[in-house]
Design a protein around this ligand. Structure first.
Ligand SMILES: Cc1cc2nc3c(=O)[nH]c(=O)nc-3n(C[C@H](O)[C@H](O)[C@H](O)COP(=O)(O)OP(=O)(O)OC[C@H]3O[C@@H](n4cnc5c(N)ncnc54)[C@H](O)[C@@H]3O)c2cc1C
Length: 402
């Protein structure tokens, strides 16, 4: 008979917690996931691009096909100068055909991933998902971890497991209780994310993923299945409430592309971008993954992707420990590998992307444009560029870390 402590406890049923649960269950391990929200699909939409390296991992656990049906296959990435009807450069993932079985990104929002992962989780007795259940604290000792959880009606319960993984996002209770520093900084400006029902393709030949450079009003424009996602910088000195005013948003969109009619905006959110990595991802039997361990600017679509890579990496190592095939020290390798990726790839690339979008110096802008053009036109340079952008390089480099 299985004992309660034979299970792994996961806090947070976001993409990272659920992929970790599915990956562990696939290896035959029991998992309990606690999620504070009652309705997981009632969330602000964010994260819409899934990169090649992640698609392979999702395919390995049976999630890819479900998502492909609900998303858009995006082989191209366009770079533009704001106001210029011709792209600076167009990168084609076809150059990755020898590197991945998915030479494209998939435009598919985080909520669809969560929804499909929950369906898969409900098909196995190995995964228990408790919604409306918030992790409020934990203790470890005597070969197990005891998590204290609280339900929406204030009932507290202790759950025992072999390990606890904090996948509960940037405000992680686990990280805070462990007193682990969240090292890094916040950009002084704010970013506005809008979901807009309008065919931006009718204005100029946009692709599914567009990065639009401008020193003042850079933009990101992504096509999702049912709307377009527009990301714009917001006035750093303005009052946040006024920035979310419908008229202010409408004016910002009309400056971006005047269309002579009001835009249909179906969602709006304003946020401050943090670039942070936890000082460590492990304390004994307690671990961190995903946004609980690292956060970054969404320019480049790396947060959810790299978090899923954490989950897949960690599942293999936890499984080896649980089976007795490896000692606990293998979990430190998880930290070495994934912390390296968070710092040297995800932070480095997203900080550089932000700088590229908003570069103000005319000479540097010209140089950036020349480099983008040269890279897109040369298959070998384009491959190098996309290996990094699609996080394939990060996975390869991590595998080399002992
Ligand atoms: C505008 C925007 C666009 C983005 N676009 C992309 C993109 O295209 N590609 C990409 O890779 N990334 C993107 N990101 C980043 C991405 O959204 C995150 O990196 C990703 O959602 C992190 O997943 P996670 O599972 O670690 O955490 P989360 O998605 O934050 O999930 C954490 C879960 O834990 C739950 N929880 C919180 N506290 C507790 C608790 N105490 N107990 C129990 N449950 C708890 C939460 O309710 C939530 O369900 C974007 C981010 C933003 C803001």
């Amino acid at each position: 008979m299985t004992r309660a402590e034979d299970r792994v406890l996961i806090a947070g049923a976001g993409p990272v917690g659920l992929v970790l649960a599915l990956s562990l269950a696939r290896r035959g391990h029991r998992v309990t996931v606690v999620e504070k929200l009652v309705d997981l699909l009632d969330q602000v939409r964010r994260a819409g691009t899934i990169h090649a390296a992640t698609l392979e991992m999702l395919d390995d656990i049976g999630l890819y096909e479900r998502l492909e049906r609900r998303g858009l296959v995006a082989p191209l990435v366009h770079y533009w100068d704001r106001g210029d009807p011709e792209p600076i450069a167009v990168f084609d993932h076809g150059v990755l055909a020898g590197d991945t079985r998915f030479p494209h990104a998939l435009q598919c929002d985080r909520l669809k991933l969560v929804e499909e992962a929950l369906k898969m989780a409900s098909d196995t007795d190995l995964i228990e998902v408790r919604v409306g259940t918030e992790l409020v604290g934990f203790e470890q000792g005597g070969g197990s971890v005891t998590a204290v959880v609280e339900t929406a009606d204030g009932e507290r319960e202790a759950l025992r497991g072999t390990h606890l993984v904090g996948c509960e996002g940037a405000h992680s209770v686990v990280r805070k209780q462990l007193g682990i520093d969240f090292e890094g900084f916040a950009f002084p400006d704010r970013t506005m994310t809008l979901s807009v029902v309008f065919d931006f393709d009718s204005l100029q030949p946009y692709g599914l993923r567009n990065y639009i450079l401008d020193p003042v009003e850079w933009a990101n424009l992504f096509r999702w299945t049912d709307f377009w996602r527009v990301v714009l910088p917001a006035d750093v000195d303005a009052d946040p409430d006024s920035l979310l005013d419908d008229d202010v948003i409408e004016a910002g969109l009309q400056r971006f592309h005047p269309i002579g009619a009001p835009y249909e905006v179906v969602s709006k959110s304003l946020y401050t971008v943090h670039q942070r990595v936890a000082a460590t991802f492990r304390a004994g039997r307690v671990l961190l993954a995903g946004d609980a361990a690292h956060v970054n600017s969404p320019i480049g679509a790396m947060g959810m992707n790299s978090g899923i890579h954490d989950a897949v990496n960690l599942a293999a190592k936890l499984s080896a420990v649980l089976r007795g095939d490896a000692g606990d020290e293998v979990l430190d390798r998880y930290v070495r590998q994934r912390r390296h990726v968070a710092v040297a790839h995800v932070q480095a690339i997203t900080i550089r992307n932000k700088k590229l979008m908003a570069e103000a110096d005319p000479q540097t802008r010209r140089r950036n444009r020349d480099e983008l053009r040269r890279a897109a036109d040369d298959p070998s340079l384009a491959r190098e560029f996309l290996l990094r952008a699609s996080l394939i390089s990060s996975v390869r480099e991590a595998a080399e870390i002992a």
